[in-house]
Design a protein around this ligand. Structure first.
Ligand code: FES
Ligand code: FES
Length: 209
């Protein structure tokens, strides 16, 4: 048989080249396909990385992040957003160093997955400032020596804020109970109590001293 007339001359390589050209041609000619392809590529990358999207509102600023699902809120605040005022001390829900406000409630940010904080209002110690101006609770801690090494102080101040948001004139007992989840290894408790009582006074008087 004459080779030129043989159907076998249409080799597998030519067939593959033909198909590739057709696919590439379709891709170039159809902008919609390009968009779908980009979306698919992004989704494939997301699945491959194991990361999830997170919308977080911290100190009234919205952040859009991609994070691993096991990341805690404390880790996102400190490592991703560089808000290092929130301290990771025990990382086991025992000391209160990582306390932040979540929709006005004090929580241990080391014990919350960041994905669970999505679309909620997070307030850290940095969020109490007004520009460079200290919040009255921060001023009270300075004026009444409510700290020694200062490592537990951001958590103490946020815990105090949570109490004062609900009760502007708490008793000593209410303060001690409300802050019992915040440990101080320097045992600065007497002055922490004085500071919170003073802060309640400043806030009630409306004195932004
Ligand atoms: S660091 Fe979160 S409770 Fe100690
Ligand atoms: S001031 Fe040092 S741990 Fe509280």
């Amino acid at each position: 048989m004459n080779d030129k007339s043989s159907p076998r001359k249409f080799s597998r390589r030519k067939f593959v080249q033909g198909v590739s050209t057709t696919i590439i041609g379709s891709y170039v000619l159809t902008p919609g396909v390009s968009k779908i392809s980009e979306k698919l590529e992004a989704e494939t990358k997301e699945i491959a990385s194991g990361k999830k999207p997170l919308n977080l509102i911290v100190n009234k600023v919205r952040y859009e992040l991609m994070i691993s699902p096991e990341t805690t809120l404390a880790e996102v605040l400190r490592n991703e957003l560089k808000l290092t005022g929130t301290k990771l001390i025990c990382n086991h829900g025992e000391c209160g160093g990582c306390t932040v406000l979540l929709n006005g409630e004090a929580i241990y940010s080391c014990q919350m997955l960041a994905l669970d904080a999505g679309e909620k209002e997070v307030t850290t110690i940095e969020g109490l400032l007004t520009g460079e101006e200290l919040h009255p609770i921060q001023k009270a801690f300075v004026e009444h020596d409510g700290l020694q090494c200062g490592y537990c102080t951001p958590g103490q101040i946020i815990a105090a804020q949570a109490i004062l948001l609900k009760n502007s004139q708490p008793s000593k007992e209410e303060i001690l109970t409300g802050m019992s989840g915040n440990l101080c290894r320097c045992a600065a408790y007497p002055n922490i109590l004085k500071s919170v009582l003073a802060a309640a006074g400043y806030l009630t008087e409306g004195t932004n001293r």
